[in-house]
Design a protein around this ligand. Structure first.
Ligand code: MG
Length: 235
């Protein structure tokens, strides 16, 4: 099984450090404009699309040049914020689940996230996770919509290991309806975890294959993933 973790609300929480750094970056690039997250949905969406929405709000004409500069400077601002004491806090059970899955000889672990690669790695490292287990990743750099990302992580697995991996053997763990959507759209399984902005009831209405309130009982989640592996092998 290939198991792909969302970052914000699933592995960790940053208490707004990412949003603050994005705003600081936008104001640095366009000091005469007024940027805000009013009417900008962030839940489960990719950072490059959120940046497009921020520009639209501030009446800035989007361009690929702006995108490249924003990505680089946003990384710088987040790095500075973490150095200055902003927090990235691991969520309970997440580290233990990653470690358990990483120990298994078959399959792999990766990140599937709306973060750019640079800022995603910063958040994960700041929360105390080793980046070593996360070998097969897909980032906001890789597409515009979350649905774009699972095939990229799967392709990276196949290229890097020389082994086949089907969408049905891939599990996506996330805290938003868009995590569930990107899994099912691509034929993957979805584990929803209610440690982000969405309640268990709301997530359940999007019919994840497994719903948990948090990852504290990581052994049960790891066992469920093992059971899926066996049912795939038998199928
Ligand atoms: Mg999330």
């Amino acid at each position: 099984m290939l198991v792909l973790f969302d970052i914000d609300g699933t592995l960790l929480r940053t208490a707004g450090a990412g949003i603050d750094a994005m705003l600081a970056c936008a104001r640095e690039l366009f000091p005469a404009r007024t940027f805000s997250f009013d009417n900008v949905s962030i839940s489960g969406r990719l950072d490059r699309l959120i940046w497009r929405d921020l520009q639209t709000n501030a009446q800035v004409e989007p361009s690929t040049d702006h995108d490249a500069v924003f990505r680089a400077r946003y990384g710088h601002h987040l790095e500075q914020a973490f150095l200055a004491g902003a927090q990235s806090m691991p969520l309970r059970g997440a580290q233990a689940l990653v470690d358990e899955l990483h120990k298994r000889s078959h399959g792999g672990v990766g990140l599937l996230t709306g973060n750019y690669e640079h800022t995603g790695r910063l958040k994960v490292a700041k929360a105390g996770f080793s980046l070593d287990p996360f070998q097969f990743n897909a980032w906001a750099d890789d597409g515009w919509h979350r649905r774009d990302l699972p095939p990229i992580a799967i392709a990276r697995y196949c290229v890097m290991t020389g082994r086949a991996m089907s969408p049905a053997q891939t599990v996506i763990i996330g805290d938003t309806p868009l995590d569930i959507d990107c899994a099912h759209f691509n034929g993957c399984r979805a584990i929803a975890v209610a440690t982000g902005a969405h309640s268990s009831d709301e997530l359940q209405s999007h019919t994840p294959d497994l719903l948990v309130k948090d990852l504290d009982d990581w052994r049960s989640v790891a066992q469920w993933i093992s059971d899926q592996t066996q049912s795939e092998t038998l199928a």
